[in-house]
Write a protein that binds this ligand. Structure first.
Ligand SMILES: [Zn+2]
Length: 206
């Protein structure tokens, strides 16, 4: 976790805070990649980060926090620019603390004492996501590594087209869809509140 956070701080150096505007929920910041024009056409170079005035948290539309509960380099860029010296309390999740196992919520108690639960959505999704990020990091080192990473990713997509036809309903996407109630808390990882509130914000800005 500490290494991932360090890496996110390093990556934040490639972004600049471009503009900001107020919204009903707080302030929206736009961060852009410094070499946006040199990046591949498919690579995204701009992200909106919402500072939620109620929770005092920073949530980016890239979705890293929603999926992994970890601050992304875009949110960190905003925090550095604003001179924020401490990670806001709302972003310090029990799962990252030393005593995480003691504080596990009831639905995650199966992880205690080394229990292995590959079918659980949280475990499955987080594990896939962290491995995917590892591939991106490794494949971005040089042209050869990029070629190898892309080849294996495309192979994986081909295989998965066949094997992912049936859903067991435990995937994060399925669970989020089932959970959608319209009263999502925007700052809670695993919920989709931000995307909808961002849309409202961008409409208001026009
Ligand atoms: Zn982000």
């Amino acid at each position: 976790m500490y290494e991932m956070f360090q890496h996110a701080i390093y990556l934040s150096g490639s972004f600049v805070l471009q503009e900001a505007w107020p919204s009903e929920l707080g302030v929206v910041y736009m961060v852009s990649h410094i070499y946006a024009e040199r990046r591949q056409a498919w690579s995204r170079t701009q992200y909106r980060v919402l500072f939620d005035k109620e929770s005092r948290g920073y949530l980016c539309e890239c979705g890293l926090y929603t999926h992994m509960g970890m601050l992304c380099c875009h949110a960190i860029r905003v925090m550095i620019n604003l001179g924020v010296k401490e990670i806001p309390r709302v972003h310090i999740l029990n799962r990252w603390m030393k005593n995480a196992c003691k504080n596990l919520p009831e639905h995650l108690m199966i992880y205690k004492a080394g229990n292995y639960a590959p079918k659980d959505a949280t475990y499955r999704h987080s594990h896939l996501y962290s491995k995917a990020l590892e591939i991106v990091k490794m494949g971005d080192k040089n042209t050869e590594a990029y070629g190898a990473a892309m080849k294996h990713l495309l192979d994986a997509i081909d295989v998965l087209k066949d094997t992912n036809q049936e859903s067991d309903g435990l995937g994060l996407q399925d669970q989020t869809a089932a959970e959608l109630s319209g009263s999502a808390m925007p700052i809670t990882p695993g919920r989709t509140g931000l995307a909808s509130s961002m849309n409202v914000i961008s409409r208001k800005r026009d």
